[in-house]
Design a protein around this ligand. Sequence first.
Ligand SMILES: CC(C)(COP(=O)(O)OP(=O)(O)OC[C@H]1O[C@@H](n2cnc3c(N)ncnc32)[C@H](O)[C@@H]1OP(=O)(O)O)[C@@H](O)C(=O)NCCC(=O)NCCS
Length: 156
Amino acid sequence: MVAFTIRPARLADAEALCALHKDAVRRLCLGAYTAEEIEAWLREREPAGFRHAMTKGGETMLVAERDGAVAGFASIKGTVLFALYVDPASGRGAGQVLLQAAEDEVRQTGAAVLSLQSTLNAVPFYRKHGYMRQARSTVRRGGRDLAVLEMIKALP
Ligand SMILES: CC(C)(COP(=O)(O)OP(=O)(O)OC[C@H]1O[C@@H](n2cnc3c(N)ncnc32)[C@H](O)[C@@H]1OP(=O)(O)O)[C@@H](O)C(=O)NCCC(=O)NCCS
């Protein structure tokens, strides 16, 4: 089993996180979304957005490292999981480690639930980890409405 180390994200990670995010979406979400939807989704993604999320945006970002390199990341704000992405080449397996770390982080604040808007490709992954489907919804990305599923888990 591959060992991943979890640590808080740093501002200096922004370039790597942005590149990983784009790679993960292009390679792991294709099929659930069209190529046009994916490129619209990624059009406005820049490292500056990740730096903003970590500072003024108030998101807590966690990074999974493998052999000293970024292999995935998760982002939470309050009781919402905003993002969970792994490097398609080196990060497979980091998803469940990051999800566990995000749940631990939320639990430490005294909160009892974690909710998220799952991409359609990731629904089986979240279901496997105890998340329940709530409703279909959409998120606006690059002028397109992308289908997602609202999911929630009561944290034990
Ligand atoms: C969703 C994602 C984070 C999962 O990360 P991962 O590292 O591949 O997942 P893991 O290997 O930790 O998966 C844990 C388990 O879930 C299963 N699983 C993972 N993705 C799955 C999928 N799409 N469908 C069904 N099962 C899946 C794995 O087989 C594994 O099962 P096992 O423990 O029995 O072997 C990753 O595929 C990803 O980055 N996808 C693109 C971005 C995305 O859609 N993120 C979600 C945004 S809401």
